[in-house]
Design a protein around this ligand. Structure first.
Ligand code: MF3
Ligand code: CO
Ligand code: CO
Length: 269
């Protein structure tokens, strides 16, 4: 993949050109539109494998490519992470039950640009009170992270905004997975941590493209990866929730590439 645009910072973070935002918007739009479209199919009785097959068909129909099929041996167009699965849930024969909460994560490649986004869904849209609170906190944590994403702030400011909100709600931030730079590649520097100290880490500059994708647990932050080498679960079996946007830093703030065209990013409002 060609990735010689713009220039690199001292920390190895690529600064893309203003003309590169359009490609990211196109890729992000498709990924978000697919997440909008899948919402009506997330119902009790559906299998995660069937949802993934719909997503794969829609990627193909759009003339795009799935970034995850063939990525390090992964074979699916989405990750579907149900209840205590933190991330990288492999779609399969798991049948959704009423009240299950799940994250669906889709990454597409359009004209060589990567669009990566995920959000929460509720099967039968009747979450428990605790699950609804968890989803709200994970959503708000992402939005607070995006608000902190502006030139002059640091990556530590983003992590701090997320961590302090989550912990103020007596929930925990997963440390074992992070956001990432992206653009003409799927995963690039920096690691975007969802915890940290204000004022630490690289300074944000216009032209940086990266994801913010906090995973929030109702219980403790520790995770473990199952024997399939992908599925990450909470060690204490507590519920976990995640939202992800791909964004680009501008002169004044951030543009979100993966906004929901239908305004359906948040599942319960
Ligand atoms: N989309 C995920 C992310 O947010 C990565 C999934 S990689 C896969 O970075 F291989 F598990 F699909
Ligand atoms: Co990502
Ligand atoms: Co993702």
């Amino acid at each position: 993949m060609d990735d010689n645009r713009g220039r690199l910072t001292r920390d190895g973070i690529r600064l893309y050109d203003p003309g590169d935002f359009a490609g990211m918007h196109k890729a992000g739009h498709l990924a978000a539109e697919i997440l909008d479209r899948i919402a009506d199919h997330v119902v009790p009785g559906a299998t995660t494998g069937a949802l993934d097959r719909l997503i794969e068909a829609w990627v193909v129909e759009a003339g795009a490519k799935s970034a995850t099929i063939g990525y390090k041996g992964y074979a699916h167009a989405s990750c579907i992470s149900v209840n205590h699965v933190v991330c990288h849930g492999i779609p399969g024969d798991k049948t959704l039950k009423r009240g299950d909460i799940l994250n669906i994560d889709v990454t597409v490649i359009v004209d060589g640009w990567f669009g990566d986004t995920s959000r929460m869904y509720v099967a039968g849209d009747k979450p428990s009170v605790k699950a609804a609170r968890l989803i709200q906190v994970a959503h708000d944590a992402l939005m607070l992270g995006i608000e902190a994403a502006r030139p002059g702030n640091t990556f530590g400011d983003i992590g701090h905004a997320i961590q302090s909100h989550v912990e103020s709600q007596r929930m925990s931030v997963v440390r074992d997975f992070c956001g990432h730079g992206l653009g003409r590649v799927f995963h690039a520097p920096p690691n975007v941590l969802h915890y940290g100290r204000a004022g630490t880490g690289p300074v944000l500059e216009p032209g940086m493209f990266f994801t913010i994708e906090p995973m929030v647990n109702l219980g403790r932050p520790e995770t473990k990866v199952l024997a399939d080498d992908w599925t990450a679960v909470t060690r204490d079996k507590s519920l976990s929730a995640q939202f992800e946007h791909s964004i680009g830093i501008t002169e004044t703030g951030a543009e979100v590439f993966t906004l929901s065209p239908a305004g359906r990013f948040h599942p319960t409002r």
